[in-house]
Ligand binder design. Sequence first.
Ligand SMILES: *Cc1c(COP(=O)(O)O)cnc(C)c1O
Length: 431
Amino acid sequence: MKFYSLKNHNIQASFKEAVIAGIAPDKGLYFPESITPLPADFFEKIDELSNQEIAFRAIHQFVSDDIPNKDLKEIIANTLDFDFPVIDIEENVAVLELFHGPTMAFKDVGARFMANCLGYFSQGEKQDVTVLVATSGDTGGAVANGFLGVDGVKVVILYPSGKVSEIQEKQLTTLGQNIEAMEVDGVFDDCQRMVKTAFLDKEITDYKQLTSANSINVARWLPQLFYFLFAYKQAKSKGKEIVFSVPSGNFGNICAGMVAQKLGMPVHHFVASTNANDVVPKFMANGVYEPMPSVATISNAMDVGDPSNFVRIQQLYQNNLDTLRNNLSSYSFTDETTKAVMKKVYSDTGYILDPHGAVGYLGLKEHQKSHPNTFGIVLETAHPVKFLDVVEETLAVKPEIPPQIIKVMDKEKKSHKISGYEELKSYLMDS
Ligand SMILES: *Cc1c(COP(=O)(O)O)cnc(C)c1O
């Protein structure tokens, strides 16, 4: 299987090359040259398959011969050792809980899969790969955890000092080994800018193999399609048309769901739910794609003003707006509406939604106004304790802190404080 650059289809790479480079040389995103549907009986008998078998059969064509089957199965087993339950909360509404992994963020699966692939590819290579990543909170913890102890891979995480929650900071800064945390005197955009500058800095890239661990990387993006298949397996027996509502920021997760659809999953509609960062809902309404500076919200993992994976979604539907509209609806919600629905769902059902899941729930409800007979599945992308301040303040409850979180809270924070790009550069050049 080849992947081509969405900016120039003549620029091609193998899975291995695409994973190691992250992005094409012309800065285009890599996209699979073909998506071959799985046989119909895969979906008919999906409930007889284990999650690991489902994942192997779904991802195999993309990885092709770059990783032998035996090793790919091992990578999948390392990635998927926790549950992905679909929980009914109301008639025709369920949540798919994606927060049972080690850092309680849905990014655990993509981060672990990518880390294992990169670890596999770096075996026998002389040069280490350095993963450079900026985080506003959740990505960093999942990436740090996924890459911990992977031979041949170093991870450098930049985060804005004082701007991430205490839990998130602990998850980034207490692991040690091959994980280095850079505490940046600035905001998330400063961290992001430094990472981008480093990728373009020839003095660094001539000397070090750098890659990124965000959903631009195909090994972080594609495994997210597993979630949709696991949910389909559980909800199929409802006998209704299934609709997924996905709280979206960079649109990697929902785009992976659409790849599952191309693999033949019998789901015909997706809802992309956003906070006030509404570039995509506006595009769906008027056909004009207008990136904007991001605005801060209570669902901050989705504060994205120019979603990087939206070009992949457009490619999946041949850049045809009418086709896209048949498969996708998109709605935006304010923080006030989000908090109000967190309260309502908690008092009606006892279920605690985190602010991201709450945005997803709102989008589903909007869609079901005109499609009442569908079975809706909301992707709950983070455990409520990851956004403890908002949850406690909005619901006046104290959710129980799960053991994987308690474990890191007593550990000692270790970070390098930096205030500018030159300090990052000298760290990379010296290490
Ligand atoms: C990253 C993230 C999202 C957004 O996912 P995208 O793939 O970027 O659309 C939503 N919720 C949470 C909790 C996240 O961490």
